[in-house]
Design a protein around this ligand. Sequence first.
Ligand code: NI
Length: 158
Amino acid sequence: MALREIRTIGDEILHKASKPVEEITDKTRQLLDDMLQTMHHVGGIGLAAVQVGVLRRILVIDTGEEDFTPIEAINPQVIHNEGNQTDWEGCLSIPDQRGLVDRPMVTVIKAQNRHGEEFELRAEGRLAVVLNHELDHLDGVLYIDKATEINDLDDDED
Ligand code: NI
């Protein structure tokens, strides 16, 4: 495993749409391992491949909650959205800011795992926020593109 460099705002790649993964190989699995390691290293809870400079439709999520098995989704597709919620979110590619964003309350996706097997995932509440945030990355969309309010994180605030 290896840490990868996280691309940050100003890097044009973040606005590009990622392409499907056509063949899941050892290289794909290496990327997944590196993405999880990189995300854990910086204390993030979600990461899309484009954020480490790879324009492929791959995302990982680990909320860090007890008993939470990290999610690895290759070629995720939304099959159902339900309800809505509005909450604050941040992004590893946009340091020191957060924004208020409308998201579905429930999102169901289908995707492939690291062995190419298809699975379905139902995300609700905060997990649906994280999932939709990462799905947006795959289309080159950042939360600041749709936030209704954006704040700078201010060290003096608390
Ligand atoms: Ni992000």
